[in-house]
Design a protein. Structure first.
Length: 280
């Protein structure tokens, strides 16, 4: 809609987890490094947490792309499908690894053990990548913990990488066995004002645009950070709405007045994301 008006090849603020638009903040680089370390060292269980909209799914997609291209890894990605029982979880995990599930849970556990031993003999390390881990049922948490028991005397036979929202630690309070097996922990926090500016500039440049100064006044950026609290998904939703408003008003430079007008419209239409709230 507004791409030609702003000199862009494509929309820079889609909320889809496109790896091309994944802004490499310091925290995201550290999070990626920690999860890669956990898998490379076969640590068994790694957890990455952060608030809604922080970019965990983008991290998951990036990790999957990295491990898919590594001949020493075999990766299965479970993107948050609702699983309520250990049996369902085991079937879904096997199918994600390309294994046909059998009728009973005992049979499927045997299939999993054979698969892990075959991968070990082939010098490949299986990785189970779980997104939206906060939605995992209590009984399934125990089943995930049990996966770390598959090991030789020297190494774990599978590493689970779980990405989850901030309420996961609360959920794990009654699961001592799971918590005791967590080997690597990562955390994604909201972006600082400087990081937010760099993220917006990165996305505009990736979409074929020019310097950020040709699109945003400093005051508009300050307001955007105050509104979104540095949550990347909310930043994208707000910026996309700003560009639409600027386009229909023939305004190429975003200022504080346009930010407040856009926020007011989003609030009135109840279209703001989770973190964005109307200001007083």
């Amino acid at each position: 809609m507004y791409e030609e008006f702003y000199g862009l090849r494509e929309t820079p603020f889609s909320v889809q987890p496109d790896p091309r638009y994944a802004y490499p903040s310091v925290e995201h680089k550290v999070a990626l490094a920690k999860m890669r370390y956990a898998v490379d060292q076969k640590r068994g269980l790694a957890i990455l947490t952060g608030p809604i909209g922080i970019g965990k799914t983008t991290i998951a997609n990036s990790l999957q792309m990295t491990w898919d291209s590594d001949p020493t890894k075999t990766v299965a990605f479970l993107p948050g499908a609702p699983v309520r029982t250990p049996g369902q979880f085991l079937r879904l995990m096997l199918e994600s690894f390309g294994i046909t599930a059998l009728r009973t849970e005992a049979q499927n556990r045997g299939e999993l053990e054979r698969f892990l031993l075959d991968e070990y003999q082939a010098n490949r390390h299986p990785v189970l990548l779980l997104d939206e881990g906060q939605n995992v049922a209590s009984r399934v948490i125990d089943a995930i913990s049990d996966l770390t028991n598959f090991q030789t005397s020297q190494t774990k036979l599978i590493t689970v990488v779980m990405l989850a929202q901030d309420n996961l630690p609360k959920k794990l309070e009654r699961h001592d066995a799971f918590r005791s097996r967590i080997a690597v922990v990562g955390r994604l926090d909201p972006l600082s004002p400087e990081e937010m500016r760099d993220m917006i500039a990165f996305r505009i440049t990736t979409a074929g645009g020019g310097p950020i100064e040709t699109y945003f006044e400093d005051g508009a950026l300050a307001d955007a950070h105050a509104i979104t609290k540095g949550i990347p998904r909310d930043i994208c939703v707000l910026c996309d709405a700003l560009f639409v408003n600027g386009y229909v008003r023939d305004q190429r430079l975003m200022n504080s007045a346009l930010v407040q007008r856009t926020l007011s419209e989003m609030s009135r239409e109840k279209k703001w994301p989770v973190q964005i709230k109307p200001t007083k």
